[in-house]
Design a protein around this ligand. Structure first.
Ligand SMILES: [Mn+2]
Length: 322
C-alpha cells in the first residue's frame, strides 16, 4: 500500500474509533460491493461498541439479504445527527441519494471509493482505483483498526469482492484480490454461499426476462457492439422491479467477439439508465458515461439519459468509434 493511502486509512480509522455513532450510505442502486463493505464495517464498528446505521436509497436485492444485519437497514434518514458519515463508493453527488446534505447528517464525512474521478467533498477520503472492490479497502481498514474480522464479516467482504470481479473473472482481479480472498476464507467466510447468492440465485422471472432480451439483442459492427433496450413496460410485464436487475448486463454480456456491450433500461419516469461494458482496454467506455453525466470504471460504467431519444445518439457514437 502506498504511504499516502496508509496515512489516509489511519486517519479514517482514528475518526471512526473516536465516533460514538456512524451512518453508512452506499451509492444509488446498491450492489454487492457496497452492501458487503457496509455490512462488514458496520459489524466491525459494533464490536467496538460504536452505534451504526446503514441507510440505503434503494431496497436490498432479495438474493443479497443473507448477510447478517441486512434486515436492520433503513431506507430513509433517521432524525438525528451522527458523529460520522461514511459514503461507500459514491463517486459524485449524482451517485448520492437525493435529499442527502452531508453536513446536516454528521459532523465528519468519510469518502471510501475505488472509482476513477471521485469528486465527492469529504473531511477524509480514501480512494484506491487499483482495488477491485471497496471490500478490499474495508478489509485493510478493519485490519489497521485492529478489529477482529469474524466469519460473517468475512462472508460480507468476500461477497463484495466476487461481486465486483465477477467471481475473479474481470481484469481488475489482482494478486492482492486473491490474497485477501484467501485470508477471508481462513477467517471463516462462507465462500460457496456467497457465490451461490451472488450468481446463482436469480428469480425465475429474471431468467425469463433475460431470455426475452437475449433473443432481441441488437448486433452492430459485425458483432463487436451488442446492445439491448428494456422498456419499463416489459419489466413490469415480467413482474420485476429495478432492484431485481442488478446483474442483468453481466447475464447478457457473454458473447464471443463482443467488445462493447450496452444495456438501456427505461425507468418509471421515462429516463434511461445505461450500463456500459467493454472487454478491451483499447476501447474504454467511461468517456461515453461521462458525456452524459455518469461515470465508473474504464471497462464498466453507467449514466442516465434524460429521454429515450438519446439512445440512438449514443448507439451511433459507439458505432462510429468501433
Ligand atoms: Mn465497487
Amino acid at each position: 500500500m502506498e504511504k499516502k493511502d496508509l496515512e489516509s486509512l489511519k486517519r479514517i480509522g482514528d475518526v471512526l474509533k473516536k465516533s460514538k455513532s456512524v451512518i453508512l450510505i452506499p451509492h444509488v442502486n446498491i450492489d454487492g460491493d457496497d452492501l458487503g463493505s457496509m455490512t462488514a464495517l458496520s459489524l466491525g464498528l459494533n464490536s467496538l461498541g460504536i452505534k451504526t446505521v446503514c441507510m440505503s436509497h434503494d431496497l436490498i436485492p432479495d438474493n443479497l439479504k443473507f448477510l447478517r444485519n441486512v434486515d436492520k437497514f433503513v431506507f430513509s434518514l433517521p432524525d438525528e445527527v451522527f458523529d460520522t458519515l461514511v459514503f461507500m463508493e459514491c463517486t459524485n453527488l449524482k451517485r448520492v441519494p437525493e435529499n442527502i446534505v452531508p453536513q446536516n447528517i454528521a459532523k465528519t464525512v468519510i469518502n471510501i471509493d475505488h472509482h476513477v474521478g471521485n469528486t465527492l467533498v469529504a473531511d477524509e477520503s480514501f480512494i484506491d482505483i487499483s482495488a477491485s472492490a471497496v471490500g478490499e479497502m474495508v478489509f485493510d481498514l478493519l485490519n489497521l483498526m485492529e478489529i477482529k474480522i469474524d466469519s460473517e464479516m468475512a462472508t460480507a467482504l468476500y461477497l463484495s469482492i466476487i461481486s465486483d470481479t465477477g467471481g475473479f473473472r474481470y481484469s481488475n482481479t489482482t494478486e492482492k484480490t486473491f490474497d485477501i480472498a484467501r485470508q477471508l476464507l481462513m477467517l471463516g467466510a462462507d465462500t460457496s454461499l456467497a457465490s451461490k447468492k451472488a450468481f446463482l440465485s436469480n428469480k425465475l422471472e429474471f431468467v425469463r426476462l433475460s431470455g426475452y432480451l437475449m433473443t432481441n439483442l441488437k448486433s452492430e459492427c459485425g458483432g463487436k457492439f451488442i446492445w439491448s433496450h428494456l422498456t419499463f413496460e416489459k419489466m413490469q410485464e415480467f413482474g420485476l422491479s429495478k432492484k431485481d436487475l442488478g446483474r442483468l448486463p453481466e447475464t447478457l454480456n457473454m458473447i464471443d467477439g463482443c467488445i462493447v456491450f450496452c444495456l438501456f433500461t427505461e425507468k418509471e419516469d421515462g429516463t434511461i439508465s445505461v450500463s456500459l461494458r467493454s472487454s478491451s482496454n483499447d476501447h474504454p467506455i467511461r468517456d461515453y458515461a461521462l458525456a452524459y453525466g455518469g461515470g465508473g470504471h474504464m471497462l464498466a460504467s453507467g449514466c442516465t439519459l434524460d429521454s429515450k431519444d438519446l439512445i440512438v445518439e449514443l448507439v451511433e457514437k459507439i458505432k462510429r468509434d468501433l
